[in-house]
Ligand binder design. Structure first.
Ligand SMILES: N[C@H](CCC[C@H](N)C(=O)O)C(=O)O
Length: 266
């Protein structure tokens, strides 16, 4: 049997395994089985904590489809809540830093990257307004915040059939590593955002999506920093700071601690 923590950030939920003392061999198959909402714990991402030689701890992130990815903003806040203090967390997308105050838990997510080859895209193009489109979605921005995001600005984010267009765009050959699909509308200086997540589908919130979308909106002068991003599960505060790094602030919730027999799952 293996202990785990069920946590969420604005409804984007996770099963976290602390393997800093007791190693745990995670695989695509096992992560998919854990994330399965019918037969497993059920979550958007599986998070594996481990030791790090360059930070206070390491965090590995596995999407519900089992794929390992580089960053997860909401899970980073949950890790900070779980371990306490102001941990530096090593991820495949870089080292991020956590802190907490009355406003909530803040994560310095590092600096965004805008190069077509940093997304990556299959070929060179302008990433501030890409000359591509899918039905009514066009001219998106592309931003890498450890993981890749494509961001469409639309009149009404809630009116977009994201359950249908999300998977089409996620798997378009233009994105060799697939992509997280964000649709955003701007009202009174704030952002309304819905996200089709690579490897997880529609989620209640996406921290890295909020960071990428805020940066793209600031670049287009649609909003100024700091900006509130309203997701279906709640709001995040995103500040693209003068030093170029992105600071994300929001809640994290510990739901329960449980144990599971991983042998029976895989
Ligand atoms: N689906 C994302 C990982 C989780 C990101 C999201 N849960 C967040 O809070 O940042 C990806 O494949 O890059």
């Amino acid at each position: 049997m293996r202990r785990f923590h069920k946590m969420h950030g604005l409804g984007n939920d996770f099963a976290l395994f602390d393997a800093r003392e007791e190693p745990l061999a995670m695989s695509e198959t096992l992560a998919r089985a854990i994330a399965d909402r019918r037969t497993g714990i059920g979550c958007d991402q599986v998070i594996l904590l481990g030791p790090s030689r360059i930070a206070d701890l390491a965090m590995r992130i596995f999407n519900a489809d089992g794929g390992e990815v580089e960053a997860c903003g909401n899970a980073s806040r949950c890790v900070a809540l779980l371990v306490g203090g102001r941990p530096a967390i090593e991820t495949a997308g870089g080292v991020i830093a956590a802190s907490a105050d009355a406003a909530g838990i803040s994560i310095d997510m590092g600096a965004p990257r805008f190069g077509w080859d940093e997304m990556p895209l299959a070929y060179a193009m302008d990433t501030e307004a890409m000359p591509v489109g899918w039905e009514d979605l066009h001219d998106p921005a592309a931003v890498n915040v450890g993981n890749p995001h494509v961001i469409f600005f639309v009149p009404d984010a809630d009116a977009v059939p994201l359950d249908r267009l999300g998977p089409q765009i996620e798997r378009d050959p233009l994105f060799p590593g697939r992509v997280n699909v964000n649709v955003a509308s701007v009202t009174d200086g704030a952002i309304r955002l819905r996200v089709w997540e690579r490897g997880a589908g529609l989620t209640r919130a996406c921290g890295t999506g909020a960071c990428a979308t805020a940066v793209a909106a600031i670049r287009r002068k649609l909003v100024t920093s700091p900006v509130t991003v309203h997701l279906p599960g709640g709001a995040l505060e995103i500040d693209w700071q003068p030093d170029g790094t992105i600071r994300m602030t929001g809640p994290a919730t510990h739901v329960y601690e449980g144990e599971i027999d991983l042998e029976t799952l895989a």
